[in-house]
Design a protein around this ligand. Structure first.
Ligand SMILES: C[S@@+](CC[C@H](N)C(=O)[O-])C[C@H]1O[C@@H](n2cnc3c(N)ncnc32)[C@H](O)[C@@H]1O
Length: 287
């Protein structure tokens, strides 16, 4: 048996062990990137084989939390892809202003920079007061950082640059207080945010949303799992709700593609069609 086949078997055993012990299912993650992340963890831990990971994972929950952090890529920034936020301001916000209250779900929010960006934008557009934002991720460590809302001061210059490119017209530094080498985002930005663990592989609908933002998460999923997540989003959206994806993601070619119209092609903003029907319920395709 060659090394590649051996690694494939070890990864299957690892995925099975994690699923049975902790309920996290990585079997529909894009294989090559998942494998890379497992190998990175092995190197960081100084282990020789993937099989060496399994016994400790089975018996040490804290170790699992730590490994999970390594498996999930939480790279993010405030106003990431500024043009996306420009489109939100110009295309989506005028439509959102027609609702008396709003529910917005950020799925896979990582360490939260994206949520606070949205809170700032809604505040500037006079919509924050009437909005409930749900910030979810399956990585509890990232969620804790999101909830704290404290980020390295060194990163603020880049966040500010993005903010201005995204159409921000205020002084960006008005939104945080400096504490030594950190920037603490102001409390009013957090008041409307609920932070919760939600796993797009195993968890279901938890509310009716006017807008769902799930950016740069689908790239880690295989087609089956993408379909599962997209179906979940369709089920979670109100009539004519909005779905926002990362620049490399798309609902085209997914089982829900016929349910959406494209509002911003490059910045991946979609809206449910008036006659949208869920042709494929969650779980039908995804075992
Ligand atoms: C690259 S970050 C994207 C962060 C942010 N949305 C952005 O675009 O900047 C991907 C996030 O997806 C989360 N993620 C991966 N698999 C997930 C799952 N099954 N359920 C929920 N979140 C997941 C990871 O923990 C990570 O925080």
């Amino acid at each position: 048996m060659n090394k590649n086949d051996l690694t494939r078997i070890e990864i299957e055993l690892l995925i099975d062990a994690i699923k049975k012990r902790y309920g996290y299912d990585f079997s529909h993650y894009a294989q090559s990137s998942f494998r890379r992340r497992v190998e990175n963890r092995l190197n960081a831990l100084g282990l020789n084989t993937i099989s060496d990971l399994i016994p400790r994972l089975m018996h040490d929950e804290l170790f699992f939390e730590d490994v999970l952090v390594g498996f999930s890529i939480t790279v993010t920034e405030m106003f990431r892809d500024p043009k996306f936020y420009r489109d939100i301001r110009t295309i989506v916000i005028p439509k959102l202003k027609t609702y008396p209250y709003l529910k917005i779900w950020h799925a896979g929010c990582a360490t939260g920079e994206e949520i606070y960006s949205m809170a700032i934008l809604l505040h500037e557009e006079g919509l924050l007061e009437q909005t409930q934002i749900y910030a979810t991720d399956f990585n509890n460590t990232a969620l804790k950082t999101a909830e704290r809302g404290i980020y390295p001061l060194d990163d603020m210059e880049n966040h500010a640059k993005n903010y201005y490119e995204a159409g921000g017209a205020k002084e960006f530094s008005e939104y945080y207080r400096t504490q030594y080498k950190s920037a603490k985002l102001k409390g009013f930005l957090k008041e409307k945010i609920t932070f919760a663990n939600h796993n797009l592989v195993t968890d279901g609908v938890f509310g009716e949303m006017h807008m769902i933002i799930c950016r740069n998460v689908m790239i880690y999923f295989d087609k089956n799992l993408q379909d599962r997540a997209y179906s979940l989003f369709v089920e979670s959206l109100i009539h004519r709700g909005f779905l926002c994806l990362g620049t490399k993601d798309t609902v085209a070619f997914s089982i829900v593609s016929e349910n959406f119209e494209i509002l911003a092609k490059r910045n991946k903003i979609f809206r449910l069609l008036p006659n949208a029907k869920l042709r494929n319920r969650i779980g039908e395709k995804h075992a």
